[in-house]
Design a protein around this ligand. Sequence first.
Ligand code: NIG
Ligand code: FE
Length: 414
Amino acid sequence: MSTLIKNIQCLVGTRIENELLRSKDLSILPCIENAYLIIEGKNISAYGSMDDLKETSKHSFDEVIDAKGSFLLPTWCDSHTHLVFAGSRENEFVDKLNGLSYAEIAAKGGGILNSAKKLNDATEEELFLTAWKRLEELSKLGTGAIEIKSGYGLTLDAEIKMLRVIKKLKEKSSLTIKSTFLGAHTFPLEFKENHEGYINILINEMLPVIAKEKLADYIDVFCEIGFFSVDEMERICKAGLQWGLKPKLHINQLNSIGGIQSAVKMNAISADHLETMTDADIADLSNSNTIGTLLPTAAFFLRMPFQPARQMIDRGCAIALASDYNPGSSPSGNMNFVVALSCIQMKMLPEEAINAATINAAFAMEVEKELGSVQIGKKANFIFTKPLHSLSYIPYSFGTNLIDRVMINGEFIN
Ligand code: NIG
Ligand code: FE
């Protein structure tokens, strides 16, 4: 099956090199105006200016799509989500609006443990169906690849249940999915005073089953005061690495406690959240291969200071953007809003935000060889926009859905 897409107003992200972008390079977003693109099967086989498309070749395709007026962007790579969860937590949201503190909400059984209780009560089938629905919604919003974490199970059975749901999503969905084991999301109540007991379960009971069933690609730990210490994180990650799971970590959301230095030392794929960054944290991250994944919608929803994107970019950190979709701190997986918010609140340039949500985000989930830019051989995953005048109009007109249709593996999704 060969497809020609002609009259593309602007083909965005036409990169020759497949490199993780830092500093000034993050603001360079190569585009071709009035372009064509050819797809063979599921992959990009050629592209260029309409002026260079030979008249004769226009007739030799199985399908010709006229994209007149549309910009074509690589689909978003959302490299940090908790897409599989049961129920929702809008009651906690209203409690907070009424002035209850985090501690008071936790005392009422709220937070991660609230989601864990709901998840333990849900069947694998129920979890699959709700996650599938969310995935469908996100694909219509332009997400073509997504990382999904466990971490609302917190028992052997429930963590495995979550990871099996993610595995089934991988098998059934045309989106590219990566799976992360986040058993170390919080300590279950019965282990609050017995950290060793839970860490022992994580390392000696959960990890061997996960490895045997090939249920995860990465390991994650919520490194934070009141959750897992740096030392605990390192032990858990070391055990994960022995099973081939590389770290992608929740770091510096509320406090800077040495998580960055530890992530860098462990050569983590990414350090995510980063609302609270010291000067030294930024310096250490910038001297590493670990990608700083910023989750601005979590900061927005929790009314926290936004991540210091500008300083991080200017000082050479490699950054990506992700949604953190979860029922507690970011009940939205809309990457268009993530991109807009990054420009509006973190002063990222539209080109920087788009690069951080496509090519750099592809690196943050190790799918850069197949996704994240327009390159021959990569998957034909595209956002077709409604008619636009400029790329900057996308974050500028936040909240407006500018997506006309989405193509995954060379086919439009419904
Ligand atoms: O990434 N910070 C840790 N975990 C999630 C929130 C979990 C929840 O509240 O359910 C996050 O923001
Ligand atoms: Fe998260």
